[in-house]
Write a new protein. Structure first.
Length: 163
């Protein structure tokens, strides 16, 4: 899917200036408690799948839409796992973004796992003790999900807390 028409419209006005964007991410386990990861086309790295929230869209609806677009899976959000802001990211085209992300633990309702968009090279379930190299924040999100503790994780003054 790539960049939304909403963000394209904003970029026409602000160029490469920093853009704060709402986003969603999913932690999805299969029946063997392996976690789904997506290999990104733009940098070849592995991440938990996710994407941007569209104007007027609730985050839970956005995660369902994003997972269908990116993985071919129809998911149901089970609970909010964490809320946090990313570090600033500069893309190859010069666009600067920072994401305010809401991560959900989701369960698969139906569908067949397949690369369904131009953002992914591969989709694969991994044993949680044999993950590929991941950015620290991605590894932390998966560790939080594996721990399966009640509450929502958030950062306050640089420290993780659980409500």
């Amino acid at each position: 899917m790539g960049i939304s028409s909403y963000i394209v419209s904003l970029r026409r006005r602000i160029g490469n200036d920093l853009l704060l964007l709402p986003s969603v991410g999913a932690v999805i386990f299969d029946d063997h408690r392996r976690v789904l990861l997506q290999q990104a086309r733009d940098d070849g790295k592995w991440y938990a799948p996710g994407g941007a929230v569209d104007p007027g869209e609730d985050p839970a609806d956005a995660i369902v839409r994003e997972m269908l677009e990116e993985t071919g899976l129809i998911v149901e959000p089970v609970r909010v796992l964490q809320v946090a802001t990313s570090a600033e990211i500069t893309y190859a085209n010069g666009h600067r973004c920072q994401y305010v992300g809401m991560s959900f633990i989701c369960r698969v309702v139906s569908g067949a796992l397949k690369v369904s968009d131009d953002e992914s090279l591969d989709l694969r379930f991994f044993d949680t003790d044999a993950l590929p190299p991941l950015p620290e924040y991605q590894r932390h999100r998966i560790e939080q999900a594996v721990a399966d503790e009640p509450g929502v994780w958030f950062r306050f003054k640089g420290e993780w807390r659980r409500a």
